[in-house]
Write a protein that binds this ligand. Structure first.
Ligand code: AP5
Ligand code: ZN
Length: 208
């Protein structure tokens, strides 16, 4: 299936996308991970305000559309089925996506703001496997993994606030747009990860 997963920063898009990718054997296309892997890429020729993606990401701002559209376009042409995570983030990107592909399922993970902040500030990543943990909700069992956990650079309280503001201003209108089209499937993202997964899985199975 071709799945789009929407939701605020910290809603659980990455967590659920990994499960979707392995359960349905599709590609996990994530602009956030792709940008983090290329954060020092020289984008100055694109006439952008800053010279690298990192400068936008560290402040919680959106990386220019031109850069992100190219990443997604290339990834989607190579993928048969996919779960798209982190894109589109504004109405212009949503229009681009419509040109690129059709979608079978559009999911939104709904989580309240207070919980989002708590999830983001407690998130830790395993740099070796890319696995997503949370100090409280989902700590690693292996002490060796625990020792090497890292915090994402944009998970500081100040940057989190800005990311949530950017989300409300730019991305919420995209969710409203799919909702008005009648294609949006809302999942309660405040449940425990396994319960969210049950709902996500069932929604995809029903739609695909
Ligand atoms: P991106 O990497 O996409 O970050 P984001 O949208 O802010 O989302 P997150 O990755 O922070 O959260 P998530 O929903 O994946 O949650 P997760 O599963 O990790 O983007 C980063 C930056 O890149 C942007 O700010 C921007 O600069 C740039 N960028 C990316 N895409 C772009 C685009 N299209 N255009 C322009 N710029 C772009 O979970 C979070 C935590 O909660 C974890 O600790 C996890 O263990 C825990 N958790 C998950 N589910 C549950 C649950 N059900 N219960 C309890 N805890 C849970
Ligand atoms: Zn993510």
């Amino acid at each position: 299936p071709r799945v789009l997963i929407l939701g605020a920063p910290g809603a659980g898009k990455g967590t659920q996308s990994s499960k979707i990718a392995s359960e349905f054997d599709v590609e996990h296309v994530t602009t956030g991970d792709a940008l983090r892997a290329n954060k020092e890429m020289d984008i100055s020729e694109m006439d952008t305000e800053y010279d690298t993606p990192r400068e936008y990401m560290d402040q919680g701002e959106l990386v220019p559309d031109e850069v992100v559209n190219a990443i997604v376009d290339e990834a989607l042409t190579q993928a048969d089925g996919f779960v798209l995570d982190g894109y589109p983030r504004n109405p212009e990107q949503a229009e681009e996506l419509e040109e690129m592909t059709d979608l079978d399922v559009v999911l939104s993970l709904d989580v309240g703001e207070e919980e989002l902040v708590h999830r983001l500030t407690g998130r830790r990543l395993d740099p070796e496997t890319g696995e997503i943990y949370h100090l409280e909700y989902n700590p690693p069992e292996d002490p060796e993994v625990e020792d090497r956990l890292e915090q994402r650079e944009d998970d500081t309280e100040e940057t989190v606030k800005e990311r949530l503001r950017v989300y409300r201003e730019n991305t919420e209108p995209v969710i409203d747009h799919y909702d008005e089209q009648g294609v949006l499937e809302r999942v309660d993202g405040e449940q425990a990860p396994d319960e969210v997964w049950e709902d996500v899985k069932a929604t995809i199975e029903d739609a695909a």
